[in-house]
Design a protein around this ligand. Sequence first.
Ligand SMILES: [Zn+2]
Length: 456
Amino acid sequence: MPCQDSPGIRFTYSAEVTVPKDLLPLMSATNPQQKNEKGIYQFEMKQPIPSYLLAMSVGDVAFKSISDRSGIYAEASVLDSAVWEFADLEKMIAGAEELYGAYAWERYDVLVLPPSFPFGGMENPRLTFATPTILAGDRSLTSLIAHELAHSWSGNLVTNATWDDFWLNEGFTVYFEHRIMEKLYGAEYAEMLASLALQDLKATMVHLTADSLVEDTKLKLNLKGRNPDDGVTDIAYNKGYFFLRSIEEKYGREKFDAFLNEYFLANAFRAMNTDGFIQQINTFYKETFSVELEEGIFKEWIFTTGLPASCPQPSARRFQLVEKVLAQWKKSGQIDKAVTLGWSTHEWLHFLNDLPASLTDTQLKALDEIGSFTRTHNAEIASAWFVHVIRHRYEQAYPQLETFLIHTGRRKFLSPLYTELLKTEEGKIFAQKVYEKARPNYHFVATNTFDPLLKK
Ligand SMILES: [Zn+2]
């Protein structure tokens, strides 16, 4: 160190790390499972990785095994709940291998970070870093782990050559994540995730266009002279996903799976750019199946702004039930609580996203009684609910809103809430007051985002 921060360049590494005796260091490498007397630890990463996958953490963490090749690192206070939450970890690894070939990194462990971690997860090889906000207590937010695991193939094994090709990392990974979730929990479940992804994608299209960033809605980006982080939007993730899904739907799943297996095998531990991908998939379909892929499909998805009219439409039957309940509530003000008892986080999110634009205090109170949104420990639901709370100045929930903003450092949740608060003068005063208290616990990635908006 230092090293060149370009994803097309790879290296192996070894390290010796000395820490105070009560702490345990971990890296994206071979890792210890317990503390030692001296506080000196050796690490080795024998497989070549790009520099963005070199990572280290140091903390008072302990380890618990899930299978002979996977386990959880976390602080003692959350270790048991994390082990429970991620009980399907080995099934996910085995499921991923059945889909797209052997796992190449030997061990797969997950490190649960403190709430200040600004991201959902980071796919550091051998050791995914994860936000504790996915510890929902009902195993409903584990698709994030499927996502980080999928990066062991798309991203870590076959890496985007430049950040302009970022969709190759994320689009493939979201596709793979949904396939893992489908394999473990069924198509109905995966379709809920896809529906939510499409909603998010459409919202991103609208706001990028409104911010004069319509060029950033192409899959192939042009970030010359800009911060590579500007390319980290829903486009790479979800437009990328729907593009790959459209190839799958158009030419058949079997063919696409055969291609992906070959793609990961042939390009392992190498960089890939968008043109290389197009060339490889065209050649593979032609030589293996005598199928000519339509040229237009690449043009309209990769090199054109916006969302193609041919975008696949997920159909989640379980969401249709949610819509029925919502329609009934709009008509009668009543919800049959028994119907909602079996709802997962995804159904509640769909419900909250589809609430009418204007709600009275009485309606908010009634909804809160049905869903216990204000008091929920589920960060996804809390964040979606608090947007309504702010929009309608439902002040009864403001103390919990403040606590949530102070105790959560994940940007995905903070951004929509601060953005909503900043829409009114009153909201801005509240936001600045909360931010002053919350800021010392935020990660610098979060303060970098919010300082320009909120620092007095
Ligand atoms: Zn990712």
